[in-house]
Ligand binder design. Structure first.
Ligand code: NAD
Length: 336
């Protein structure tokens, strides 16, 4: 019998590479795409077929889509804060790239498309965010995710193709890019502390978030591949316990690394949502979601990964398009 063929976009990234490894081990045929704008080459599992090109390249996307059964579309410039200052680059990689993937997938009659959206779809609404809330994104990142969701739903429903929208939030763990100055607060803090540089906190540090460990998130993403009851569902993925402040995250990172460095507080980042957490009720019901790794353990595992791979200088790999008095000086002056 032919193996089910899975395409994973963003396969050099954090989520895409873990998914690729798991699905390969489950005996699926895995094909990966990445433009290597982010992610790490050593994230890509050796056993899978890898193509390096941009998801916006419709002709190449159309070519490799032949015979694909299911797609996990993970590629994105997942830079929420930066999207306010580099909206062109962020929306190109989130919206235009997604539409190219969906269009090629639909024209090749794939069975199911699983799209990784983001908690940014909910904006600043009252927490915890639930799936039936009307999306109300406040920044170009969230807006591009919601636009991509709507195009996905419209085209899939018209063409009778199954879709699932996963809404992960603040995932942590090994393979996450830790030299990206624009996102991944836990990894940035650890990478800075390990370089003996004080962590940077935007605002007063009382913003609150929930963090999910990568394995807990994967446990939810894997059944999305073919479970009939998940067709046409939007599902939040991640814990709704341990709703912590960034100051608390700083404290945990300091304890784990044994650091006495005091944080540097910077101005609030424009449009940053103060409190963001999702309800996990639907994931518990449909996916048996369970938080198996605590925040403390998740940060410990991330720390061990960075320690093993080695600290790295921060890589300002995306240009600032809007430089003005609102742009964080950490980015303008490359202070991270
Ligand atoms: N990590 C999180 O906390 C989190 C939270 C919510 C949603 N998400 C979503 O999950 C998905 C995966 O996130 P991640 O943390 O693994 O990000 P990541 O940055 O680690 O991986 C994304 C990968 O996509 C690639 N990529 C970007 N634009 C591309 C393009 N135009 N063509 C081809 N490849 C491209 C990058 O090179 C990178 O390897 C994203 O869609 C993101 O928006 C992630």
């Amino acid at each position: 019998m032919n193996k089910t063929k899975i395409l994973i976009t963003g396969v050099a990234g954090f989520l895409g590479s873990h998914l690729a490894e798991k699905l390969h081990n489950l005996n699926y045929e895995v094909i990966g795409v990445d433009n290597m704008s982010s992610g790490y080459e050593d994230n890509i599992p050796k056993e899978i077929k890898f193509h390096k090109f941009d998801c916006c390249d419709f002709d190449n996307m159309n070519k490799i889509m032949k015979g694909i059964d299911v797609i996990y579309h993970c590629a994105a410039a997942a830079h929420e804060g930066l999207s306010v200052f580099s909206p062109q680059e962020i929306t190109k990689n989130n919206l235009q790239a997604s539409v190219a993937v969906f269009s090629a997938a639909i024209s090749n009659k794939v069975k199911r498309i699983i799209f990784c959206s983001s908690m940014a779809r909910y904006g600043s609404q009252k927490t915890p965010f639930t799936e039936e809330m009307e999306p109300s994104p406040v920044d170009p990142y969230g807006i591009s995710k919601v636009a991509a969701e709507k195009i996905l739903i419209s085209l899939c429903n018209l063409n009778n193709i199954e879709w699932v929208i996963a809404v992960p939030h603040n995932i942590i763990g090994p393979r996450q890019k830790y030299d990206d100055p624009f996102r991944n607060v836990v990894s940035i803090m650890l990478n800075r502390i390990m370089q003996n540089k004080p962590p940077i906190i935007y605002g007063d540090g009382n913003q609150k978030r929930c963090f999910s460990y990568i394995d807990d998130c994967l446990n939810c993403l894997l059944p999305m591949i073919n479970d009939p009851k998940l067709n046409k569902q939007i599902i939040n993925i991640g814990p709704d316990e341990e709703f912590v402040t960034i100051n608390k995250v700083f404290e945990i990172c300091s304890n784990i690394t044994g650091s006495n460095l005091e944080p540097i507080f910077k101005k609030d980042r424009p449009l940053e949502v103060k409190h963001a957490t999702c309800s996990a009720d639907k994931a518990r019901k449909l996916l048996n979601y369970e938080t198996k790794t605590s925040l403390q353990e998740g940060i410990e595992k991330t720390y061990r990964y960075i320690k093993k791979r080695g600290i790295r200088p921060f890589d300002y790999h995306i240009n600032l398009e809007i430089k003005n008095e609102l742009t964080p000086e950490t980015w303008l002056k490359k202070e991270i």
